[in-house]
Write a protein that binds this ligand. Structure first.
Ligand code: GAR
Length: 204
């Protein structure tokens, strides 16, 4: 029987809790997809450990390893093609995806951002910096956004959001923790819809 599952790569830079939640959702639901590759700009991080422990190919691909940006991009595209990747999920990837990769996977790259885009996105807005900015702006709600990735930071079409209240006593860390819990619900749900859309597009 041919395996028609959508082959996914995750791009990560850190703990990888979103990667884990996607992997768990795919196994439990079950969703018609499999995570076949983890790419990270860091050789050692929670996400890469998780990939290795779970028999998922783990590729350390960082700009620093290459003499030119073009070679870095070629290595990334090679890894994606070698593993027959159909679509990419950014899960705590703290680098901009090269334009050539965005072009090769047009409308097939999703990102999760820890705020309600279009607010609190763009260069420098990642991880704890986002939550610090949300509190500094006196926002009464925050949340998470899943969006398609285009050539501009955090600007692609929004596919799903979930809101949570900001509490008076919140610190950037406490807000980050509650937003992350929200991300772990949101990203698997968005993946489900995304997979249906990919299948529908393929059938056309
Ligand atoms: C998550 O909150 C994710 O939204 C954020 O980094 C965290 C990674 O956690 N991503 C960004 O800020 C990207 N702009 P994880 O490694 O445990 O999934």
């Amino acid at each position: 029987m041919p395996n028609n599952k959508t082959r996914l790569a995750v791009f990560c830079s850190g703990t990888g809790s979103n990667f884990r939640s996607l992997h768990k959702a795919i196994a439990e639901k079950p969703l018609d997809a499999e995570i076949v590759l983890c790419i990270s700009n860091r050789s050692r991080c929670g996400a890469m450990e998780y990939a290795r422990e779970n028999g998922i190919a783990a590729a350390h691909i960082s700009e620093k390893q290459f003499v030119s940006f073009d070679e870095f991009v070629a290595a990334m595209l090679d890894a994606l093609h070698m593993h027959g990747v159909d679509a990419v999920m950014l899960a705590g990837y703290m680098r901009k995806v090269p334009d050539a990769v965005v072009a090769a996977y047009h409308d097939r790259i999703l990102n999760i951002h820890p705020a309600l885009l279009p607010k609190f996105g763009g260069e420098g807005m990642y991880g704890i910096h986002v939550h610090t900015a949300v509190l500094a702006a006196g926002e009464t709600e925050s949340g998470a956004t899943v969006h398609l990735v285009n050539e501009e930071y955090d600007k692609g079409r929004i596919v799903r959001q979930e809101r949570i209240p900001v509490l008076k006593e919140d610190t950037p860390e406490s807000l980050a923790e509650r937003v992350l819990a929200c991300e772990h619900r949101l990203y698997p749900a968005a993946l489900e819809t995304f997979l249906e859309e990919l299948k529908a597009a393929q059938a056309q």
